[in-house]
Design a protein around this ligand. Structure first.
Ligand code: AHM
Ligand code: MG
Length: 338
């Protein structure tokens, strides 16, 4: 009989002794929230829950009902056990404080409750992204400063993919591990231990519809990925294009098959679309743990210190060789501008 390893057992067995308390339990809390969100998203078409909730979020976007549900589910599961001192969500303007009646803990949670939610109405995969930081100053814990930390200082990060099956993939700095939800058992079971980005990479992912908005260096880099541009250092073997438009799903596929996901700056949108704190940052931590690299095109995302909860950053993330090639082409522009 094959060995069943539940996420609870794996997290507990693989955490260092000092982390076998609040951090372990916080990851269980997130796994529980993921099961509830998964249950709801799987029934989205059945429960009259599709469509707009009628609210505009801080990004100026119309919230979907499931965005609101996912946001509230994570908050309500995490607000009272005394493990967190503050939270920040894509769906909330400012940091979310722990209600006065509950104890404040040592960790700070950042999350995108339901990324790619514009895909819900057409039954395309969505995801939840999360990152966990340690408090900055014990006496003052619970402030924005606790979440405005560089992704390199994350103690854990991960995502849940609501796809053809639901998966939770996380790292606490000791590799990347993936678990698949068995809907009958209601348990996440270990399915992908110690994930590493394979070589050679298979895919590149970018919204090619925006080609004319990119800097010439980004256009050349994409041509290079397609095998149509040789900068003198050699052409790339052409990669296949894959773009779902759902960050977690695009990232997950490239993690398992090898590749690069890009959302570069554009002429009128120099920082692109992806948010640093709860999208690019946690994924940069994960990709680094899987042997890959994440860059803005000119510097490592792991070393960016966010100054705003909802700031955006250009993203080039995936196999290190591909991201470094992007940097070498984009760096030339930076040097010219300097
Ligand atoms: P969201 O956080 O509002 O859902 O937007 C983020 C999503 C990502 O999942 C995806 O990578 C990107 O937007 C797609 O954007 P575009 O449609 O411009 O290619
Ligand atoms: Mg998002």
């Amino acid at each position: 009989m094959s060995k069943f390893v539940t996420i609870e057992r794996f997290i507990f067995d693989n955490q260092p002794e000092y982390a076998k308390g609040d951090l372990t339990n916080l990851l269980y809390d997130i796994a529980l929230a993921a099961k509830i969100i998964s249950y709801k998203t799987n029934r989205a078409g059945l429960q009259d829950i599709l469509g707009n909730a009628g609210f505009i979020n801080v990004q100026g976007e119309t919230q979907q009902k499931l965005d609101v549900f996912a946001d509230q589910t994570i908050f309500r599961i995490c607000d009272h056990p005394g493990r967190l001192c503050v939270m920040a969500s894509e769906e909330q303007d400012d940091v979310i404080h722990i209600p006065d009646q509950y104890a404040k803990g040592r960790y700070a949670l950042v999350y995108d409750p339901l990324d790619g939610s514009s895909n819900i109405d057409v039954n395309v995969s969505t995801g939840t992204i999360f990152g966990i930081y340690r408090y900055k100053e014990w006496e003052l814990r619970g402030r924005r400063e606790d979440v405005l930390q560089p992704p390199r200082d994350l103690v854990a990060a991960g995502y849940i993919l609501y796809g053809s099956s639901t998966m939770m993939v996380y790292s606490t700095g000791q590799g990347v591990h993936g678990f698949t939800l068995d809907p009958e058992l209601g348990e996440f079971l270990l399915s992908h231990e110690s994930v590493r980005l394979p070589e050679p990479p298979a895919y590149y992912s970018i919204n090619g519809g925006y080609f004319d908005r990119w800097q010439p260096e980004v256009q050349n880099y994409v041509r290079w990925l397609q095998g149509r541009y040789n900068d003198g250092a050699g052409a790339a073997p052409p990669l296949s294009a894959r773009y779902i438009g759902s960050l977690v799903a695009d990232f997950h596929r490239n993690l398992l098959r090898g590749g690069i996901f890009m959302y570069p700056g554009e002429r009128d949108k120099p920082h692109g679309k992806i948010r640093l704190l709860y999208e690019a940052g946690p994924l940069a931590f994960l990709v680094n743990q899987a042997g890959g690299y994440a860059s803005t095109g000119t510097e490592s995302i792991l070393d960016l210190t966010p100054t705003d909860l909802h700031q955006r950053t250009p993203v080039f993330i995936g196999n290190r060789s591909l991201v470094e090639k992007a940097e070498s082409l984009l760096q030339r522009r930076k040097i010219q501008l300097d």
